[in-house]
Design a protein around this ligand. Structure first.
Ligand SMILES: [Zn+2]
Length: 480
């Protein structure tokens, strides 16, 4: 009996020791030794962003035409506002309204860097217009804030890149490496006419960027509740995208004498079955880094849980599943976005179909999604098919120990006091996905803080944020 007690005691001590050892290993990132630089408030850039917002470069929808006169207006705004960028850099247009500027560097043996931003914006629903504090395309500047569609996504990045370029050109600056500045015109409708075509041109000309930087991650001081430092998240990869169609065909008839089950009933049931469960969770490497880094700033208990993933994984996942944003970080999501059936109130339709939109985690594939849907429905009357046109598997990730990540991290520390920089996985999709297959590193980040209203109401950005972004791009351009 004594022996058993002894064994149990030793095992318990070993167990606790492992937990404590792992907890202690998770060291807090001390305040950075890098000193921050002063960022001048750039009021003239704010006026330029305001003007850019007033030009309605809207992407209305995949199959809807754009208003070319607005895109022409944007082109002449660029030419007028950034004359040196146009006279000193080589400019090329793709499908009329996407542009690439080549800025030749001193050292042609070094692989180039690519800076990206898009000039198109999502529309503002007529019904939402009255809810805006200032008209959505007014570009109103009030105190430190610039208001309007595109202020965050993504005209601020486009303007910041152009301002940085123009300001450096004014000082006759020449970058060490060659830079390609790429401005897309249809990111909000998948970039098939803009970034996709531009990326093809890169491939055809065998230009392999050492580093591509696009929108995505930002700085946050609100969401990470127990972390008392700003958290900058730099996306190192993005989720994939697939649409899965399900369809049911059952002869319909007169609505006065319905069968026990109609096409709509079967479809409805199938949708519910798919939504009942989620695909298996995955803690991807960027998510693990984000959890660990933020835990270093949190309570002993949080540190203990996160550093002992082997024991607490279930609990961590459960916790992440409670919030829609963090849930999307641990799961491939699946949600019905289109449901179609019926043409007349007294006719039972013979066909009912629905489309699920899925965002795929690295480690799972579109085939896994289709398989999951088929198994969940488990009904031969329901056909399941994936769409291939917009299919994009989850991207490969840029490792967070890649030199470009370290470079962005140290630049961010120069412009944001006491910042904690972490990799993360982007849950949306950007133009940069087209560059991943042939670029050494692709990262998504703009140093704006607590961005508000993008794709929604009251989109706006602080002049301080815009000024910080300009300094950020200048520092990237000055990199060796
Ligand atoms: Zn965007």
């Amino acid at each position: 009996m004594k022996k058993i007690l002894l064994v149990v005691a030793v095992a318990a001590i070993a167990f606790v020791s492992v937990i404590l050892f792992n907890t202690m290993k998770l060291k807090s990132e001390n305040q950075s030794k890098i000193s921050t630089i002063d960022i001048p408030k750039d009021d003239s850039a704010a006026l330029h962003l305001s003007e850019a917002i007033q030009i309605k470069t809207v992407s209305y929808g995949d199959t809807l035409p754009i208003d070319t006169s607005e895109f022409l207006k944007f082109r002449s705004f660029m030419e007028r506002t950034y004359p040196l960028m146009h006279s000193k850099l080589e400019k090329q247009s793709f499908n009329q309204f996407s542009y690439v500027f080549k800025w030749k560097g001193k050292d042609s043996t070094k692989a180039p860097y690519v800076l990206m931003a898009h000039m198109d914006v999502v529309p503002v629903e007529a019904i939402a217009e009255s809810k805006w504090t200032y008209p959505s395309f007014s570009g109103t500047i009030k105190e430190d804030t610039i208001w309007g569609r595109g202020a965050v996504d993504d005209k601020s990045s486009a303007i910041a890149i152009m301002e940085a370029t123009e300001q450096l050109l004014r000082n006759n600056f020449i970058p060490e490496r060659t830079f390609y500045l790429c401005f897309g015109h249809d990111e909000e409708i998948a970039g098939t006419r803009g970034a996709r075509i531009v990326s093809k041109w890169f491939k055809e000309n065998n230009i392999k960027p050492a580093f591509v930087l696009d929108e995505g991650g930002m700085i946050d001081t609100e969401k990470f509740k127990d972390v008392n430092r700003p958290v900058a998240v730099i996306a190192t990869g993005e989720k994939g995208f697939v649409n899965v169609d399900i369809s049911v065909t059952i002869p319909g008839g007169h609505s006065s004498q319905p069968e026990k089950e109609t096409a709509i009933d079967v479809l409805n049931n199938a949708i519910l079955k798919v939504r009942e469960k989620q695909m298996p969770p995955i803690i991807t490497p960027p998510l693990q880094s984000l959890l660990e880094l933020t835990a270093t700033e949190q309570s002993f208990f949080k540190k203990m849980v996160i550093s002992n993933m082997w024991l607490f994984k279930g609990m961590i996942i459960k916790n992440l599943e409670e919030n829609k944003q963090t849930n999307a970080m641990v799961h491939t999501t699946l949600v019905p976005t289109i449901v179609k059936a019926g043409i007349k109130d007294n006719v039972i339709p013979s066909i009912a179909n629905a489309t699920f939109n899925s965002r795929i985690l690295p480690g799972q594939s579109s085939d896994d999604v289709v398989e999951f849907v088929r198994k969940a429905i488990n009904d031969e009357r329901v056909s399941v098919k994936k769409q291939t046109i917009s299919l994009m598997e989850a991207s490969s990730s840029t490792p967070s120990d890649h030199p470009s990540f370290k470079m962005l991290s140290s630049i961010t520390q120069k412009i944001v006091p006491n910042v904690l920089v972490s990799p993360y996985l982007m849950i949306g999709a950007t133009d940069s996905r087209y560059y991943r297959p042939f670029s050494e590193a692709v990262l998504n980040f703009t140093p704006m803080q607590n961005a508000k209203g993008f794709h929604g109401i009251d989109e706006r950005i602080g002049i301080t944020d815009l000024s910080r972004m300009i300094s950020f791009y200048k520092l990237v351009m000055a990199e060796k």
